[in-house]
Design a protein around this ligand. Structure first.
Ligand SMILES: [Zn+2]
Length: 718
């Protein structure tokens, strides 16, 4: 049964036809007919739209549940974190599958500075009685994977090495404001073990703020929240021994700690030489840090005897949450974690474009997990392999994309978004000039809940595709399902936390992240495995193929359009929304700012975007569209520069690597997106005197965008 929905009312016609694709092909070859697109694809001439419809119909039939399931099963058969032997095997598998599918596969290797995989991590209550704290998920009878001998204890990458014992202080989520609250209560953290719950920020900041205050060590724990329903293995949520692993690196750049701005080329020198920083000069954590499940954390919390914590600091563990433990209670944290240069391998397969092979649409996901990684990341990996095979097969039927489509599997994301960043730094020139889009697929498939975030210019093309793919087991499109049942309405704004970061915030490539998820409490734990996935995730293996269809159609439209279908108007309308947010934050912090010049500039931008859209659509009208190839190419070259209008070579405050003025991760919490972050930073640091200078940078960026759109309009009007 075809599960894909076609545009323009053709779906019912095709659903009734076993030879759907053939029927469409005949239709495409014939003269104007009633079934022809009345509303051709954005950026396509009518002629090209007909070819596109034929190819899309073929493509939508290709992804299968069996293929997706089999890839996922094979990739996640053993724990395979970055740096392990098993990860080398997975990299080889990705290479073989994509080569067999007809892609041009290149393995890009880097020598990056990574913590060595180690089990050598322990925590005890030291006094008043000595109790070893469990820091490994137990093997479960219902989960054959949880018995695997290669599974590791809970650990945090880039913990310092050390063996420390001290009194305990509870720091809530370990956010900036939590530590400031402890400061104002006069609580000295020097020599103490900080215990903080996960959530509220990137875990690295919990450690950074503690270390800045002289803490001896940090323990982070999963807080169960207030419902114990559905604990694994009965349900998909965390149990008392589920442990969240994760990196605690916080540097002003993403990627390899020793080679900011430069690719961490192999030390053998075969691809050139790169200077590496001395690790002692890089601000990596120095104190020992480890994660626990909530039963182990409860052992500590229930023995604390100091001041009671404020109401908002209490979580779901059934004990009174206290700020200090008192002098009787001491806790010992011991971590032995050497760091060394380690080989990382990105596997990149290319469906070489028939007309413009140097223009790239890139779809990528990391393939390194903490353990098995069925959800994070390999649901996305299996989806990308399914997509690679479908695109290879499609090309064999005569539907080779005009631009190249790259399927990229990144290594060493979990330690600090390293593999993808090094690749972006190596290929910064083609990425800045020729790349159309990057679509990320980190942990992209684990269940029925579609969601996505995107840079403004890709929102329109993505929403159009969502309207053209059927939601599994339903007769609605993904878009209708999402809006009517999935609680969605708009695509979010892309922020930090995964492999799009270097593409988007460093290279200025329009980017998006699309996924179909499920409620889960096994994040970064040894229970994120195929047993979980089969019982609680994409149980019928239908959402993997659904996302394959979505990502594939987005890629094929960007690859084949005559004029790139960027949604230019969204730059203006989204920016106005972000200015509103800035004004709200300023009001909350009682910082006086006037951003009216910015709003005015977005009006000129919107007018330019509308002129451009009109000119584009006119140039594509009619069967014998007037648009000449060289004009289309010159226009597309201008359009690929749109996102670069936001780039500033000086970068953001204290973060020169973050060059995109439009968006950045929140520098005080890590994951959340800050929009217009240059202005946001001055508001958040209560420095309104600096706002006009940053506003001026944004005005220049918006003027550059406006000028580029006018240039594109002039080209099309010829
Ligand atoms: Zn991930």
């Amino acid at each position: 049964m075809p599960t894909a929905r076609l545009p323009l009312g053709l779906s019912s016609f095709l659903l009734a036809s076993a030879a759907g694709a053939t029927a469409l092909m005949l239709l495409a070859a014939g003269p104007t007919s009633a079934q022809e697109p009345t509303d051709p694809y954005v950026g396509f001439t009518a002629e090209r739209a007909r070819v596109q419809m034929t190819c899309e119909a073929r493509f939508l039939d290709l992804p299968s549940s069996q293929t997706f399931r089999e890839h996922l099963r094979i990739i996640t058969s053993a724990p395979h974190p970055a740096g392990s032997e098993a990860q080398v095997e997975v990299g080889n598998y990705l290479t073989r599958v994509m080569r067999a599918a007809g892609l041009d596969v290149v393995r890009h290797t880097y020598d990056v500075y990574l913590p060595q995989l180690t089990d050598d991590v322990e925590a005890w209550i030291a006094t008043p009685e000595r109790i070893k704290l469990s820091n490994r998920e137990p093997a479960l009878p219902d989960d054959r994977f949880s018995h695997h001998p290669d599974l590791l204890n809970g650990w945090n990458a880039f913990s310092g090495t050390g063996d420390v014992t001290g009194e305990v202080v509870y720091a809530n989520f370990g956010r900036r404001e939590d530590y400031e609250a402890l400061d104002s209560m006069g609580i000295d953290l020097a020599g103490r073990i900080v215990i903080a719950r996960y959530g509220g920020n990137f875990r690295g900041y919990k450690v950074k703020f503690a270390e800045e205050r002289g803490a001896a060590g940090v323990i982070m724990f999963n807080d169960p929240g207030f419902s114990r329903e559905g604990a694994y293995p009965e349900g998909p949520m965390m149990n008392g021994e589920t442990i969240q692993r994760g990196s605690v690196l916080t540097l002003p750049w993403t990627g390899d700690p020793l080679t900011p701005f430069e690719p961490a080329l192999p030390v053998s020198g075969e691809r050139g030489h790169v200077e590496r920083l001395d690790p002692d000069d890089v601000a990596m954590p120095t104190i020992p840090v480890l994660p626990l499940g909530f039963l182990a954390a409860e052992q500590i919390l229930s023995r604390m005897e100091g001041t009671e914590a404020p109401a908002g600091w209490r979580g779901g563990i059934e004990t009174s949450y206290r700020i200090t433990g008192g002098p009787e209670l001491t806790v010992r944290v011991r971590v032995n974690q050497p760091r060394a240069l380690t080989r990382a391998v990105n596997v990149v397969g290319t469906v070489v474009g028939s007309e413009y092979p140097d223009e790239w649409i890139i779809l990528g996901a990391h393939y390194d997990p903490w353990g098995f990684g069925a959800i994070d990341p390999n649901g996305g990996t299996a989806m990308l392999l399914t997509l690679a095979e479908a695109l290879g097969e499609l090309a064999d039927t005569g539907c080779r994309p005009r631009r190249s489509i790259l399927i990229a599997h990144w290594d060493a994301e979990e330690a600090g978004i390293i593999g993808s960043t090094e690749w972006v730094e190596e290929f910064i020139d083609p990425l800045t000039v020729n790349t159309v889009a990057y679509i990320n697929a980190d942990a992209a498939v684990s269940g029925p809940n579609f969601g996505g975030s995107s840079s403004p210019s890709l929102k329109g093309p993505i929403l159009d595709v969502l309207d053209d793919v059927t939601y599994p087991g339903d007769d609605r499109s993904v878009l209708d399902w999402w809006r009517e049942e999935g609680g969605g309405s708009e695509l979010g704004n892309l922020g930090g936390g995964s492999d799009h970061v270097a593409f988007y915030t460093h290279a200025g490539v329009p980017s998006a992240g699309l996924s179909s998820g499920a409620p889960s409490g096994v994040y970064h734990s040894n229970y994120d495995n195929f047993a979980w996935f089969e019982r609680f995730g994409d149980t019928d293996f239908v959402f993997g193929p659904m996302l394959t269809r979505i990502d594939g159609l987005v890629a094929l439209r960007l690859a084949n359009a005559d004029v790139l279908p960027y949604d230019a108007t969204r730059y203006a309308t989204d920016t106005r929304v972000h200015v509103e947010t800035l004004l709200r934050v300023a009001e909350e912090r009682r910082v006086e700012v006037d951003l009216s010049r910015l709003v005015d500039a977005t009006e000129a931008l919107e007018a330019a975007a509308e002129r451009f859209t009109g000119a584009r659509d006119r140039s594509l009208e009619g069967d014998a569209a007037a648009l000449a190839h060289p004009v289309a190419q010159r226009t597309n070259r201008v359009l690929r520069r749109l996102e670069k209008a936001w780039l500033d070579d000086g970068g953001l405050q204290d973060r020169p690597w973050s060059r995109n003025l439009y968006v950045s991760p929140d520098p005080f919490s890590g994951y959340a997106s800050w929009m217009l972050p240059g202005v946001r930073f001055e508001i958040e640091t209560d420095d309104p005197a600096e706002v006009p200078e940053w506003e001026a940078k944004y005005l220049r960026a918006i003027e550059r965008l406006t000028a580029l759109l006018d240039e594109a309009t002039a080209l099309l009007a010829g």
